[in-house]
Ligand binder design. Structure first.
Ligand SMILES: [Zn+2]
Ligand SMILES: [Zn+2]
Length: 332
């Protein structure tokens, strides 16, 4: 089959890749949709630890085409969304329940072949049945949504909180909707792109500003929850300034490794801030599928482009367009 193959950093092409057969309790899927994520871009250019050569794609959904000899949870024709993160269940973090912090974590589309290909084989334990009424196109959002749900679970006081989200890319826009759904009293968005700002308003943001406007004194110490969805190192400095006394700061965006930024520890003490980071999606896939089924979050509007395999090499190696939100690879 033809797949989006990364042979080495920046060596990205649509190329032949052997189609696997389901062994044991594996299931084989016909891929319907796969989101393009910042992580894919980082693997494509070699700035995220990954296995080469590999097929990219970890945010996906599809239809079960065949099942392995001992697979007993699905039958051909089932619609499924996939959790790409595979824990060992044997290391110390796993045995403490922190499967997302597994010391031997494998990930589909990172350390093993992903879904930027028409077919993929995955362990049945990674699959979640998608109810009728949820399109596979929407179901491909289950993985990023599950990560956002985990992030929100790290926030101690979302109920009744005035929240601010830095960055309204696809993650910021999911974060906005999940925070509203768990009872944040208001959600403010800081985002340079006007297209993304209007999308945020459409999806329920109470106020939207440019990052420059957020510098205004009226925003200082005004928020109970500050979520960074940019991964810009300097966002932590803004977060400390924007946080009200007793606030939660959630670092969701992934900052580049080995960058640092000065912050004033006294401010953390004075305001008694809680600083939480969030890493992938322990036990939240099922909740994500339910939220998609209940239409608690709207994902269709977040897709700014639907592309095919041939469009991906150029797209992955280029810089994201300023108004780009989510790009979805779709198979007919
Ligand atoms: Zn992703
Ligand atoms: Zn483990």
């Amino acid at each position: 089959m033809q797949a989006l193959v990364v042979r080495r950093p920046r060596g990205v092409s649509v190329d032949a890749w052997e189609e696997a057969e389901p062994q044991g309790s594996d299931i084989a899927l016909k891929v319907a949709a796969c989101g393009v994520c910042g992580t894919d871009r980082h693997i494509a250019d070699g700035t995220y630890p990954a296995t080469y050569p590999n097929v990219l794609g970890h945010e996906f959904a599809g239809t079960v085409a065949a099942v392995g000899p001992t697979a007993d949870k699905f039958v051909a024709g089932d619609s499924v969304a996939i959790d790409p993160n595979i824990a060992c269940h044997e290391c110390t973090p796993c045995r403490r329940g922190d499967v997302h912090l597994c010391e031997r974590l494998e990930a589909i589309g990172v350390t093993r072949p992903g879904a930027m290909a028409p077919h993929i084989v995955v362990p049945q334990a990674q699959a979640y049945k998608v109810p009728a009424g949820v399109s596979l196109r929407d179901a491909a959002f289950a993985e990023p949504l599950s990560c956002v749900i985990h992030g929100v679970e790290r926030v101690v006081t979302p109920l009744g909180a005035s929240a601010v989200i830095l960055g309204a890319g696809s993650i910021g826009l999911l974060m906005l909707q999940v925070l509203r759904s768990v009872g944040a009293s208001s959600v403010t968005i800081s985002e340079p792109s006007s297209a993304r700002r209007s999308l945020a308003e459409e999806l329920g943001a109470n106020e939207v500003y440019t990052p420059e406007m957020m510098e205004h004194a009226s925003h200082t110490a005004a928020y109970d929850v500050v979520v960074d969805c940019t991964g810009a190192p300097a966002a932590l400095q803004s977060a400390v300034r924007l946080a009200r006394r007793g606030a939660d700061i959630l670092l969701f965006g992934v900052a580049p490794a080995k960058t640092s930024v000065p912050i004033e520890p006294y401010e953390l003490y004075r305001k008694e801030l809680r600083l939480a980071a969030s890493n992938i999606n322990p036990f939240t896939m099922e909740k994500a599928v339910v939220m998609l089924a209940e239409r608690t979050v709207e994902v269709d509007k977040i897709v700014s482009d639907r592309v095919e395999l041939a469009d991906l090499p150029k797209l992955l190696l280029g810089k994201p367009a300023p108004d780009e939100v989510k790009i979805a690879l779709e198979f007919a």
